[in-house]
Design a protein around this ligand. Structure first.
Ligand code: MEV
Length: 399
């Protein structure tokens, strides 16, 4: 895949914050159908600016990174099957780097976690390790870079399946590179973030860091059966190196409207991923067969996206959810949201990300946004947002 600058292919708008009370009827759903106004007019708009490139001015640098959404193929992707992922350009993590007073060391302030620390005092924490490995990679560990203040903030809910950890790591890598006057390719950024993901998750497929670093819709497939090559990971000999994956941009021939609903249940990726690994080790043939079925769905999904056949995409997403249930990563909360979305007229619905909590997505026709969003809230969603996936036609040479 050619190196590309971040793009603004997706736009996400929080629709409304759910009341948290199932059965709350305070929204005005249905009114629009009677008046003939498009339902969209009733949705709260929350436009966010387009992603801006890293910025570095007078000892102060900033960069951001998008959240991600896995459209289909999660979990099976860890075992060498393909998956499709989308960046969510308007939900972002951000890192700011400024020069610190001489002798102050590298100080980190994670605003959302209300945590401050010195890298020297917590050298083995994942963010400290990321910062050290990026500075090593940039060959910048000298006195000029040993006094920094790094502030991290994010609007991506943590442990929700939206790539919060990878986005924070990507923003840090971009901001540090900008601070040192260096431009890194998406491939370099993705590799550095992947090592950080390994420290967090153990055996990540690499899809999160890839879609976030390239910031465009991608087809992602690890080499072989998802095995590991023996070798040295970038700047960290303790980490195994995966064989290079296949990364391709995806054609989106017709715009899609997705609703993303958050169960409010936080679930750390490594737990369901670890449980699936244990089950796969105990019953390899059974899980391989499930992963093959997921892989077949992802391949069909790519074809229908290329042909703009949105009506066919819906059932494929719902079938993917059924397989994820059988793989063992859904939850009562996720299932309730999927059922509610389909009953309210969504074209298809599934959990997205690692599961056991986090978010689900529903593919909706434009005249169904409000009705499906209200049904999701009634079924327990803590937050529902709408994302428009725009037309995307990469250059033929990129495919
Ligand atoms: C997490 O966003 C997606 C999973 O497939 C794990 C991975 O690919 O590393 C569940």
């Amino acid at each position: 895949m050619p190196r590309q600058r971040p793009s603004t292919r997706l736009r996400s708008e929080p629709i409304r914050q759910a009341s948290g009370r199932p059965g709350d009827q305070s929204t005005r759903r249905g009114d629009d159908e009677e008046t003939g106004r498009p339902e969209d007019q009733d949705l709260a708009e929350n436009q966010t600016r387009s992603p801006s490139p890293p910025l570095s001015v007078a000892g102060q640098s900033s960069a951001s990174a998008a959240a991600k959404l896995i459209l289909c193929g999660e979990h099976a992707v860890v075992y060498g099957r393909p998956a499709i992922a989308l960046p969510l350009a308007s939900i972002r993590a951000r890192a700011d780097v400024i020069d610190g007073p001489s002798g102050s060391g590298i100080a980190v302030h994670a605003r959302d976690l209300r945590r401050r620390w010195l890298v020297a005092n917590d050298p083995h924490g994942p963010i400290s390790q990321l910062i050290s490995s990026v500075l090593r990679y940039l060959q910048a560990q000298d006195t000029a870079t040993s006094d920094l203040r790094i502030t991290i903030s994010s609007t991506i809910p943590i442990a929700s399946g939206m790539g919060s950890g990878a986005a924070v790591a990507t923003a840090i890598v971009r901001a540090l590179a900008a601070h040192l006057g260096r431009q890194l390719s998406p491939e370099e950024i993705s590799t550095l973030v992947y090592a950080s993901e390994q420290r967090f998750h153990g055996t990540p497929s690499g899809i999160d860091n890839t879609v976030i670093a390239y910031e465009q819709p991608i087809w992602f497939q690890r080499a072989g059966d998802g095995g590991w090559a023996v070798g040295e990971s970038l700047n960290d000999p303790a980490l195994p190196t995966p064989l290079p994956p296949t990364i391709k941009p995806i054609v989106i021939a017709s715009p899609l409207d997705l609703l993303i609903a958050d169960t409010g249940v936080r679930s750390a990726t490594r737990q369901p991923v670890g449980e699936v690994r244990r089950r796969w080790q105990a019953e390899p043939a059974h899980y391989e067969a499930l992963f093959n079925q997921v892989g077949a769905i992802v391949t069909q999904a790519r074809d229908v996206l290329e042909h703009g056949d949105i009506a066919t995409l819906g059932p494929l997403l719902s079938q993917n959810h059924t397989l994820l249930q059988r793989i063992g990563v859904s939850s009562p909360e996720l299932d309730a949201l999927v059922v509610a979305a389909l009953a309210a007229g969504a074209l298809g619905a599934k959990l997205s990300g690692a599961g056991w909590g986090g978010v689900m997505l529903a593919l909706v026709a434009p005249d169904r946004h409000v009705r499906v969003a209200a049904a999701l809230e009634q079924a327990g969603a803590k937050r529902v947002s709408k994302t428009a996936v725009n037309l995307f036609r990469p250059a033929p040479s990129a495919l």
